[in-house]
Design a protein around this ligand. Sequence first.
Ligand SMILES: NC(=O)C1=CN([C@@H]2O[C@H](COP(=O)(O)OP(=O)(O)OC[C@H]3O[C@@H](n4cnc5c(N)ncnc54)[C@H](OP(=O)(O)O)[C@@H]3O)[C@@H](O)[C@H]2O)C=CC1
Ligand SMILES: O=C(O)C1=N[C@H](C(=O)O)C[C@H](O)C1
Length: 218
Amino acid sequence: MKYGIIGRNGRMGNEIYNLFSEKGHDLVFSYDKEGENFLETPEVLIDFSLPTAFEKVIEYVEKFRCPLIIGTTGLSNEQITKLKELSQTLPIIQSYNFSLGIQVLLRLVKLADKLLDDVDIEITETHHRFKKDKPSGTAKMIKEVLNKEVNISSLRLGNVPGDHTVYFGNLGEIITISHRALSRRTFAAGVLKSAEFALKAVAGFYTFQDIFELTKEE
Ligand SMILES: NC(=O)C1=CN([C@@H]2O[C@H](COP(=O)(O)OP(=O)(O)OC[C@H]3O[C@@H](n4cnc5c(N)ncnc54)[C@H](OP(=O)(O)O)[C@@H]3O)[C@@H](O)[C@H]2O)C=CC1
Ligand SMILES: O=C(O)C1=N[C@H](C(=O)O)C[C@H](O)C1
């Protein structure tokens, strides 16, 4: 496929570029703070940058009229609403975590919450020292599936790609449900799966959970 990346020079941009190159896909467009590099109109656009680049992301999607895979965290409610508007005419895939393992964690967390009464619930997330947002987008997603007020503790340590743990504790025992990304390759693999899906998809707003469920039978 011919694809574009916003945030190409970043940690995720680099990982996505390496994986997509290994699979024979062609980078035909990129945009970073330095500016744009245009070779051809992409068939799919991928954004892993910062919320400050969002206006440009929208501008390029409208210009290229191609599907968007967006993994940038810390988006505002207004920005999510804008993506949903855009999804009326194009496939938009948005997630704060593109690893398969986090999809499993979300299901396990929902199940534990359903089965346990009178428990204290805590979420912790640990990421590399360069991460700009706090708490992580994934921790916010976990809180959303729990649908209740839950405390999130954030650690910024060295080069950790991304750890998330949910604790359920009562007076007799503690259950912990954890996920650890061993490298950013796991997120890039989810982005590739999403890009392949997007090329065949009809217009709509999709999450990585939708991709996980729609493609797991394959
Ligand atoms: N959904 C998921 O699964 C995951 C999401 N993320 C999220 O992805 C995003 C990127 O993470 P990461 O790669 O580690 O970050 P980096 O800081 O390594 O990279 C950010 C990239 O975005 C570019 N950028 C930043 N601001 C702008 C702007 N205003 N205009 C244009 N380009 C801009 C930077 O350009 P320059 O190099 O020129 O400064 C850089 O290329 C974060 O929001 C992170 O939380 C990360 C991992 C997984
Ligand atoms: O910035 C990162 O690195 C990551 N960000 C995402 C988040 O905020 O949840 C996903 C992953 O944990 C890595």
